[in-house]
Structures are given as C-alpha cells and as structure tokens.
Design a protein around this ligand. Structure first.
Ligand code: NDP
Length: 419
C-alpha cells in the first residue's frame, strides 16, 4: 500500500503517471494534482481498466503553501513527486516538511521572477563568488538538509535523466569502474525530429532559459563561463549518427563538482539542429526570451511566457516525433593504476516511447527515472534521509530499475573521446 501525489500534469508527469500505474502493486493509490484538473481527468480516464492503481485527481496551486498543505493533509501521501515547474520547489518542500512527506523533483529551483530584490541580491553574490550566471543552482534546496533529516524524510533532487540518471552514472562509474575519475563529459543528444521548424521538447520556458544562458564548465574545481553556444563539437552517437553539440551549463555539474572533487574537468554538451539555433537567436534578438515583465496595453506580460503560449505544447509532440535520444557520460580515469575510459549511456526511441505511454522520448527519459526513484523510496531501498542528488546514493538499485522499466544502459570501454 502506498499513497503518492504527482504534482503537474504535463509531458513528464504524464509518463510518470503511466509508469506508476504499470507498477500498481507498488503505486496502489495515486493522486494527480495540477493547475488544470481537466488534464488530470483525461489521463485518469485513459488509464481506467488498464491498471489497479486507484487514481484520484485534484486541482492545486503549487505556488501556494496553504493550497498544498490542505491537499497533503487530506490525501496523506508518503511521497510527493513534483513534476511541475521548478519555481515551486521550495514551497512544495516546505509543505512536505509540514505534512511529513518525502519529496522528489526533476529540476533545480529557480525563481519565476528573476528581478525579485531578495533573490536578486543573493544571486549576484553567488555569481561573484562562484562565477556562473545561470538562474538555477542547488544551494536553496541544499539548505533544507537538516530540516529533512530531523523529520526522517528524504528529498530527491533532480530525479530525471539529466539531471538524475547522469549523476547516478557518475556514482556507478566510481563504485564499479574507477579508483579515480579525472574527466567527465556528459553528452545529451536528441536525434528526434517532430517536423516543426521550432518547438521545445520540454517546458519551453525552462528549456529556453537554460539553452540561451552562458555555457559553463568546471576545471580544477573552478567554474569557467563562455558565451552561449560558443563551444561546438561534432560527435557520432550510437543509434543516432553524427550531430552538432554545444557546451551548456547544466545543474548536475554543480552537484558532481561538490560530491566528486577529484574530477578535474566536468563538461556538459547538448545537441541542437541548425533550425533550432536560428529560431532561438531570432527570438532572443527581438526580446521574446526575456523574463522581465513588460507593459502591453495595460497588461503585464512576461515575453518568454507569452512565447510559451504560442509554441507547440511539448506533451503533444509524441505522435509526430521520430528518431532516438542518446544521453550518457564519458569518463577518463584510473583503475588499479591503469588508465581507462568508460562510456555509459541510454538510447531511447521516440516512437517506441509513444507506443508504450503516448509521449515522446524526452518526457519518457525523465518520467521513468522519477517513477524508479519514488519506487526505491517507497520500498525502503533508498533510506538516506535529508536532501540528495542522485550522485550521493547507491546507483545499483536505480540503474537496475531503469534497465527493467524502459531505460537500459549500454557501456563501452572504448568510447570516442570528446577531447
Ligand atoms: P510541462 O509544461 O509539460 O508541465 C508542467 C506542469 O506543471 C503543467 O501540467 C502545469 O499545469 C503544471 N503547473 C504549472 N504551474 C502550476 C501551479 N502553479 N500549480 C500547479 N501546477 C502547475 O513541463 P514538462 O512536463 O515538460 O517538465 C516538467 C519538469 O520536468 C520541469 O521542471 C522541467 O524542467 C523538468 N524536466 C527535467 C528533465 C530531466 O531530465 N531532469 C528533462 C525534461 C524536463 P497546466 O497544465 O495548467 O499548464
């Protein structure tokens, strides 16, 4: 018997809901709670007769502590899987502490309003101190460590693919393959084609904030920033072929740098097609990626939120996306005094993901790890109380779960190295 609340009912949540319902002996009672309850009802209706999980749906405002506490006190979940917007991470963590529930999310906290003075002051101090300018960082959620420990609760941060599986791959490499790891390249390739000139594969606001930011990497423990898309490489991905990839800042670099200080160089690359980059540059040039509200005929409009309303909803891309994703980590280091390389990755097919759960592979590769992470907490396999990214936990049961439930890992000791 387990009671679980999933917050959000977009692309990622939809996959997690389907996967939880496949494991109806673990996820016996599931509440789907989101802003637009009709979306929750639609998924519930689609699943009727296909699962023994007892599904209920509720409206919730994830930005409101009171709304969340009322829901959690009423439903009494063991774990809350937050698969909505990262703007609400802290409010949902507060509500979990208040009501005694475990917590899981798939993206590090960032604020909706990046001009809010208190947040801005701290952000500018962090930029000066650490040297990276992304709006997201883990520090806000790491501050909850003692509070979660005191209550005997677990908070799993970034339990998607990247962040998420990529950090578990680092823990796995250290546990089984290396005595010391010297360099790490995280490679995220989406070889899928949805046929639109421009669309994002997950929430457009978060996606465009991320990819239009400066790139950043860690070398000898120090952060280095570069202009957006200014470091470019080609790589031949298994299952996909040769793609152009660009260095980005990504949140797992921060936790891996903290938890594995031995790794001298940590870089993250993501593939982008020419059409995506051209559109993004143009939208940026005309101001549509701005997060600063403007006044339009008496209404306050946040340009990037307006753009989101115009772009295809990522959860509707499933039926039209063909091709594969390939996401993984390439390591260089030493085992028993001998230098070695190791590459661990997953290849996921958009059309197969759609056939199984009605979503494209980006949502699939995020929703499956979220389900597996929640399962390990519910089964009492991951018991580390406090706030954790996946590089801090035993990777074996997680990677076994991914292998079993749709995201099998492939490995090689002879990867083509990026540098
Ligand atoms: P979507 O935009 O498809 O879904 C977001 C959901 O959150 C929607 O259902 C939305 O409701 C709901 N929501 C928004 N605001 C509120 C609110 N105030 N109260 C209640 N519900 C709200 O996003 P995705 O599914 O694509 O992404 C979900 C998360 O996963 C994001 O944080 C994203 O960054 C992360 N992600 C992580 C990845 C990883 O590998 N770690 C990869 C991809 C995504 P409504 O339907 O009303 O709009």
């Amino acid at each position: 018997m387990s009671r679980v609340i999933i917050i959000g009912c977009g692309g990622v949540a939809s996959v997690a809901i389907h996967k939880c319902c496949q494991l109806d002996d673990v996820f016996t009672d599931l509440c789907i709670a989101s802003r637009t309850v009709s979306k929750c009802d639609k998924i519930k209706n689609d699943l009727i007769g296909k699962t023994k999980t007892n599904i209920t749906t509720r409206a919730v405002d994830a930005s409101s502590f009171d709304s969340l506490v009322a829901l959690f006190k009423d439903y009494k979940p063991e774990i809350v899987m937050h698969l909505g917007m990262p703007y609400h991470n802290l409010t949902i963590m507060d509500a979990c502490l208040e009501c005694g529930c475990h917590y899981l999310d798939t993206a590090a906290y960032e604020p909706e309003d990046v001009l809010e003075p208190k947040w801005r002051k701290r952000y500018e101090e962090r930029v000066k101190e650490k040297g990276f300018t992304s709006y997201f960082d883990y520090s806000y959620q790491w501050e909850y460590m003692e509070k979660f420990k005191e209550k005997g609760l677990i908070a799993l941060l970034g339990c998607g693919f990247d962040p998420g599986v990529t950090q578990a791959y680092v823990a796995y490499a250290k546990k089984h393959e290396f005595d010391t790891i010297e360099t790490l390249d995280i490679l995220d390739c989406n070889g899928g084609d949805h046929g639109y000139p421009f669309a994002t594969n997950f929430n457009p606001e978060i996606n465009l904030r991320e990819v239009s930011s400066h790139g950043a990497y860690v070398l000898d423990g120090k952060w280095h920033e570069v202009l957006p898309m200014s470091i470019h490489k080609k790589y031949d991905f298994d299952g996909v072929g040769v793609k152009d990839m660009y260095l980005l800042h990504h949140e797992e670099i921060e936790s891996i740098n903290k938890n594995f200080p031995e790794i001298k160089r940590i870089k993250f690359y993501m593939t982008f097609g020419e059409s995506y980059l051209r559109h993004m540059k143009c939208l940026e040039n005309v101001g549509l990626l701005s997060t600063t509200p403007i006044d339009y005929e008496g209404h306050k409009i946040v340009p990037i939120q307006f753009l989101k309303a115009l772009l295809p909803d990522p959860s509707t891309l499933g039926p039209r996306t063909k091709g594969k994703t390939n996401i993984g980590c390439i390591f260089d280091g030493y085992k028993d005094g001998i230098r070695k390389q190791f590459y661990i990755y997953n290849v996921c097919d958009h059309e197969e993901a759609y056939k199984e759960v009605g979503s494209q592979a980006i949502s699939y590769t995020t929703g499956v790890p979220a389900m597996v992470g929640a399962m390990l907490v519910l089964k009492g396999i991951w018991t580390n109380t406090g706030v954790h990214t996946l590089d801090e936990l035993d990777p074996d049961p997680f990677i076994d779960g991914l292998n079993k439930y749709g995201l099998p890992s492939k490995t090689t000791n002879k990867p083509v190295m990026v540098e």
